[in-house]
Design a protein around this ligand. Structure first.
Ligand code: SAM
Length: 263
């Protein structure tokens, strides 16, 4: 069902002002403030981008000199990513698969595993995910993770109140008539997602032997993708619930042990 949803969303997103694909094709870098500030120099690095959607961020990383592989479950998104890679004469590669099956499709290991905004909420269990991340990393390489904060995922669709549990109590199902972009398309589909608490995200990575190197929380989102958000500074959007600002983003780096240290 989520694959069907993301295939339908891809068509809507490609036409949306939110993703503004024309300016991207004309050179706009789609990475946002946290990644630009904290990912580090990616030139010459090998990066696997998990849940890359139709590849804007993957191809932005490729334009910055990284050797990028993107994976996503949506065949519509991967087909578009491959098409744009050729159009832009870049050398990223894209694979359509469930992120949980990545190791069956990808033999290489990478300097950086890149996971951002709206990714892990689609996965029921982060233990096999953490194992996949660890297996994909070269010794000394790191996971860069920047996602909506676990407490932000508790806020319901009206964006005015708490509607979902903090802890993973099982699958949450929502009717999804449209998307988070500005398209008016009525999708009429359901989405199935899972909330993951902070310990549920970090602990499996530690169990895999990765070490937490840095962690940040932000009270804004670089995306104006939820109802009632206000631009509090240029490019920073925030939402208050009853006059209180919840944490919006969780960002961290988790490193695989190794003799070589990949900056
Ligand atoms: C909000 S988008 C991620 C956008 C991403 N931050 C980017 O760089 O554009 C979520 C993506 O996760 C993908 N996805 C959802 N469940 C997945 C799964 N089990 N395996 C692989 N991709 C999945 C969807 O197809 C969609 O493209």
């Amino acid at each position: 069902m989520n694959k069907t949803l993301w295939n339908a969303r891809t068509a809507v997103h490609l036409k949306s002002d939110f993703y503004d694909n024309n300016t991207f094709l004309n050179g706009r870098n789609t990475l946002s403030e946290p990644e630009m500030n904290n990912l580090g120099d990616v030139s010459g690095k090998s990066i696997i981008h998990l849940q890359c959607h139709f590849g804007q961020d993957s191809l932005s990383l490729a334009r910055m000199g990284a050797h990028v592989t993107g994976i996503d479950i949506s065949d519509a998104a991967i087909t578009k990513a491959q098409e744009m890679n050729e159009q832009l004469k870049l050398s990223a590669s894209f694979i359509c698969c469930n992120v949980m099956d990545t190791l069956a499709h990808v033999r290489d290991t990478f300097d950086i595993v890149f996971v951002t905004y709206g990714a892990t909420c689609w996965l029921p269990d982060l233990k096999p995910w953490a194992h996949t991340v660890s297996e994909l990393l070269k010794p000394g390489g790191f996971l860069y993770y920047c996602e909506f904060h676990p407490t932000f995922y508790m806020i319901d669709d009206t964006k005015k109140r708490i509607g979902f549990p903090y802890f993973n109590t099982g699958v949450q199902v929502e009717s999804n008539d449209s998307s988070y972009t500005d398209g008016d398309a009525v999708l009429g589909l359901k989405e199935y997602f899972w909330n993951h608490s902070l310990s549920e995200i970090i602990s499996p990575l530690l169990s895999e032997g990765l070490s937490l190197e840095s962690i940040m929380e932000y009270d804004y989102s670089p995306y104006n993708c939820f109802e009632n958000m206000v631009e509090v500074q240029k490019g920073r959007y925030a939402l208050d619930i009853n006059g209180v600002r919840p944490p919006h983003l969780l960002e961290f780096k988790a490193r695989k042990k190794g003799i070589d240290y990949i900056k």
